[in-house]
Design a protein around this ligand. Structure first.
Ligand code: ZN
Length: 211
């Protein structure tokens, strides 16, 4: 792999899997729902402990495929050339805080952008859109399957996401796209051991501390 670009913008896609939208009582969107996280949200999911707020209500895990835009990015490139790497990440969410923000019509930043709200696993080369769609990813919590996702179930696929983000906000080297979470999100507990898998390959693991 070529030199790794430093992380720039972090785009996240909300409600990109039908069953996840429905499990939270949300409508399925008609165009990609995009929000961002600060780069300070990123933390490695490489075996250590990740500290998250223990006093702000439920903190949900959302396992997502994360794509990284490579150094050679140019507008109009084929998707398979845009991304130099992929991994699995967690879009950690203060769900109770988010519910209050939504009710007030306020932005989601406090619920989605807190420090350590974006743990990411080890980068592997991007497998390409076709192989991605044929793949499977999952999250184990203390050894038990918590989420299984099939990228083919994304409401907006990788090409559509790229086109939408490029046209609306711009895309450049080092940008990350969190592509949305499948069903099965739930509240974390202090001491949870999380492991993320792309197929049979473990890309990340960590222990959650909520003290
Ligand atoms: Zn998410």
């Amino acid at each position: 792999m070529a030199s790794q670009p430093s992380i720039q913008n972090i785009y996240c896609i909300g409600r990109n899997y039908r069953l996840h939208a429905l499990e939270l009582g949300n409508e399925v969107p008609e165009s990609p729902m995009v929000f961002t996280k600060p780069t300070h949200a990123v933390t490695p999911m490489n075996g250590g402990t990740i500290a998250i707020p223990g006093d702000a209500g439920e903190v949900h895990f959302e396992l997502e495929i994360v794509l990284r835009v490579g150094d050679g990015y140019k507008v109009g490139m084929p998707v398979d050339a845009i991304f130099d790497a992929m991994t699995l990440g967690l879009d950690l969410t203060l769900r109770d805080v988010q519910s209050k923000l939504k009710a007030k019509g306020h932005p989601w930043l406090a619920a989605k952008g807190f420090k350590h709200s974006a743990p990411i696993g080890e980068w592997i080369p991007f497998v390409g859109e076709e192989a991605l769609a044929a793949g499977e990813f999952k999250l184990l919590r203390s050894g038990e399957v918590a989420q299984i996702g099939y990228p083919k179930d994304m409401l907006f696929g990788v090409t559509e996401l790229v086109q939408h983000i490029e046209a609306s906000y711009g895309l450049g080297p080092g940008d990350l796209i969190f592509t949305g979470t499948p069903a099965g999100v739930a509240a974390l507990r202090d001491g949870d051991v999380l492991e993320s898998f792309w197929g049979s390959q473990r890309l990340g693991h960590c222990t959650i501390s909520m003290k």
